[in-house]
Write a protein that binds this ligand. Sequence first.
Ligand code: GLC
Ligand code: GLC
Length: 814
Amino acid sequence: MKFGYFDDLSREYVITQPDTPLPWINYLGCEAYFGIISNTAGGYSFYRDARLRRITRYRYNNVPMDFGGRYIYLRDNESKEFWSPSWQPTRNDLTDYTCRHGMGYSVIGSSYDGIEAHTRYFVPLGENLEVWQLTVTNKRATKASISAFSSIEFCLWDAQDDATNFQRNFNTGQVEVEDGVIYHKTEYRERRNHFAYFGCSEPLAGFDTQRDAFLGPYNGWDKPAAVAAGHLTNSIAHGWSPIGAHQVKLELAPGETRQIVFVLGYHENPVDQKFDPPGSQTINKKTVKPTIAKYLDPKQADAAFEQLRQYWESVLGIFQVNTPDIHTNRMVNIWNAYQCMATFNMSRSASFYESGIGRGLGFRDSNQDLLGFVHMAPARARERILDLAATQLPTGGAYHQYQPLTKRGNNDIGGGFNDDPHWLIIGVSAYLKETGDWSILDAPVQYDNEPGSEQPLYEHLQRSFNYTLSRLGPHGLPLIGRADWNDCLNLNCFSDTPGQSFQTTTNKEGKVAESVFIAGLFVLAGRELAAIASHRDLKAEADKYLAESAKMEKITLDSGWDGEWFLRAYDDFGGKIGSKECKEGKIFIESNGFCTLAGIGLDDGKAASALAAVNQQLATKHGIVVQQPAYTHYYIEMGEISSYPPGYKENAGVFCHVNPWVMIGETRLGHGDLAFDYYSRINPSAREEISDLHRCEPYVYAQMIAGRDAPSFGEAKNSWLTGTAAWNYYAIVQWILGIRTSLEGLQIAPVIPTNWPGFTATRTFRGVVYKISIERKGNGNQIALTVDGSPIKGNIVPPPTGGQKEVTVKGILS
Ligand code: GLC
Ligand code: GLC
């Protein structure tokens, strides 16, 4: 069953039924001002940091779900009936409901009683504000007298404090209203120099800023008393809960259309210009009024929307593909790339499942996100890399997370996740391959944000690598620390106390438990680092990295091998995890996927054996599960992984983030059919028809799909903010389609299904447009390339000399 359809030409998903199984959301903003918006206009906005600069309030896990947002109400002044064109919050029986989620915008609307209304929500490029363009059309044969109301609820900035510290917060709320613009200025009197504003393009019939005046006691957003009564009360908030609501009266002739623009924004004033007149307590609005006026003008709003459209056109235009599979085309060309932008911007902070107050940006997460993002905005990727590296500790370890507003490591969670440092090498390597910008390696970067500790980025990479060399366990494999990629495999935790964090509780010395996954990551990182070093003519260093990688590879093949597949780890007693000797958790995806992705065991048949075992034991029709058999009870020596009921999350769920490792491993074995089959099993577009089972958005990946041990096998959870976005993009584009960035240039090495006749693609790479067409003439993966008509040796297209801006590449697969 479907709840909408893809409109690929418009790059939109069109939802045609408002009561989707879960809120199906989109993101507004791609720079500093962000919002999440659901298909029924639920959600909230924030500036940079979803926790520390929350602009509007949102109650997660609410009943009914997704209540509170950017709501418009229309009221027929004659019949006195009112409704919301976005269905929520009033939930009237609408006709022609649609929500078009597009690239950085959503248009939500419907018809009701002959009145058609749509609101287009978006954030203009370069601005800290969002525009709502409400269009109302009278489709009746008679004139209509309508009141339109807007509403939002302000958050008192710190979303965590806002939801907990009521003894203070019910007293601090303050607003000003001037020329119809509502200014939210809680705490502006003291240490904040920022305020929010909410303006309207039309003369107001009224406004409200005190929530109780608008809703009335005991009412929800579905029945605001002031809307029911037909007039707002011009309330001025003092304490309690400041809101913003406008009322505009519309007299509409038959067929007449009117547009009302609302602008909700965030503004900071210089400390010495906060007040106007100076010495007063009134906000200095001179600095913001021109911006508000600009976007309240529908023509300017339209122009800003057009700019946003062009921006996405150009960003997505960097890589476009045409394959025989519509789901591949749609995900690669539109939605997967778009999701990579969201994960880059948000990391794991704000979605319908990430509350925005939990985690900042993850070190491991954000580095991996670069794999799917770096080609879209390399300058921003560079900045992110330098920010991440500056939170690295002098030991080479890393803070597991940092807060985007302060760019400082989170002390609450600290470090000690022993895979973390290597992801910096992977991220930097992806950046270098994309851009060829070697200067980044010389950029001075602090350790732990300590002024004076600056070292070139290259030194950070060296410390990342060495971190593991000084943390090897009894078998010579890397010690796992608090956890590796799998945050829930906590081998030094041994927690028996409710409420303890599995990630930060450490009851063991950590000198025994080893990770085969980190071994695979180390081998790969070592080879990437060696390639970087030899490019810089540091031969001795390159040799050292290669030697250490080779040594670790051997240890992995000896002590990390279980006979048919790779072990997952050794626990604190030196016992095997992920072995046929185990009762549960005999085989895991991570070590088998990553070791083969890293090329371990390709020559001696071990990679093939491992992936065959994955295929037999872990692959299901809804994707590849983390391990089998699932853990049926809590194992104190393994930690959080065994805290989940079987089939969910890390306990044998389909963790979509790691499925691509197996896809890539299969391409390294030359198995295009199987790699693509795995790709399709979790491709959200390919799962659209089973939306009633899948339940999450069919246009973006979710972190997890319930595994076969779960009663809800096939049900997705935690959509949007997951490393799944970058890894699937990377797997399909760089390994299955095989259009791969390398230090030397663009490599073309497709490992596609045997029944594909070929495909075409356009890739802008280091300023050159590559027009690529691949034709299949045989069943294998041997490629013969011609560049502008001349055959070349190998599969790396040499960068054109002499300023050429376009190159035609033809590949014949045999
Ligand atoms: C979450 C975390 C990620 C971790 C994964 C597996 O997605 O964000 O860092 O690797 O879970 O535990
Ligand atoms: C939980 C999740 C895991 C995530 C971790 C990080 O343990 O199961 O996926 O990585 O939290 O906070």
